[in-house]
Design a protein around this ligand. Structure first.
Ligand code: SF4
Length: 286
């Protein structure tokens, strides 16, 4: 019995990640080695390949001097930018324009007197960055946090989602916030900063997950985008494994499977997908 391998109709590197990689590669060609403030993408294999080309990662700007510094596609807050400028470091800004848009909205809504709720993972770099543009008038929330909101935060509220969140979950979050707190809210602004690439990759993965008997989502374990893809597949009932590399594939997962679906996060290179396809072909029972 051969295993049929089906690829999601949309997957892999998004234009924001391609743009960030192109910018840092061009910078190293023109200026020599550079530092990036955090990994350029949430994919250790891509980060390792970039390191060979001269893009080293630093987790902090303390002690950094005399070398160009790349801001990643996730963006940073105003305080970090001020620190970088004070050190007179050359900035290579690869912030994804969609993230920049979220940051501008957070700044504007806070200036207009709204409490800014950033819906997403409070520990994610993009969320931290967007939140800091609200300059103390914002809060990061996920689904479970809605009931614990205090009334003073709720009078005028602007909600901004992390760009890679699932549209379905974001809509549910907004609905729940309204259901539980409508009496306290005098004005609500919902700013749709969801990324179309993420939404269409999730839709494609969901669609494929309903046609196969096993889904593999390929992407960095530290990639929120890839985790959300795997969640989207599980939501439609598909057995789903999130793997970073072909080496994590387990033979037992393939036992008795006829159709295996593959989706990949926005920070996953094509070669990582090709390696998984090759390994499935080797492992699959003939
Ligand atoms: S997933 Fe969307 S928001 Fe994130 S880097 Fe790619 S294009 Fe930009």
């Amino acid at each position: 019995m051969t295993v049929e391998i089906l690829l999601a109709r949309e997957m892999g590197f998004c234009w924001g990640v391609r743009r960030a990689i192109d910018l840092v590669e061009k910078a190293t060609e023109e200026r020599g080695p550079i530092l990036s403030l955090g990994p350029i993408v949430h994919n250790p294999q891509v980060v390792a390949a970039l390191a060979e080309k001269g893009v080293q990662v630093t987790s902090s700007i303390d002690g950094v001097s005399g070398v160009p510094l790349a801001i990643t596609a996730h963006g940073v807050g105003p305080k970090v930018l001020e620190e970088v400028k004070a050190k007179k470091l050359e900035i290579i800004d690869t912030t994804c324009p969609i993230v920049t848009r979220s940051q501008r909205w957070a700044e504007k809504m806070a200036e207009d007197g709204f409490t800014v709720i950033v819906y997403g993972d409070a520990d994610h770099r993009e969320v931290k960055g967007v939140l800091s543009w609200a300059k103390g008038k914002g809060i990061a929330l996920a689904e479970g946090d809605v009931p614990s909101l205090s009334p003073e935060l709720l009078s005028r509220v602007a909600i901004i989602p992390q760009t890679t969140q699932s549209p379905v979950r974001f809509a549910a979050f907004v609905g729940r916030l309204l259901q539980e707190h409508l009496g306290q809210i005098s004005e609500l602004r919902v700013i749709n900063t969801l990324c179309n690439v993420t939404a269409s990759q999730q839709a494609a993965a969901r669609e494929l997950a309903q046609e196969v008997d096993l889904m593999l989502v390929i992407g960095g374990h530290n990639s929120a985008n890839s985790r959300h893809l795997a969640e989207a597949c599980r939501e439609v009932g598909a057995e789903t494994h999130h793997i970073e590399t072909a080496a994590e594939l387990e033979e037992q997962w393939l036992a008795g499977r006829k159709r295996v679906g593959i989706a990949a996060g926005a920070s996953t290179p094509d070669w990582a997908v090709e390696e998984v396809v090759r390994r499935i072909r080797k492992m699959a029972p003939k």
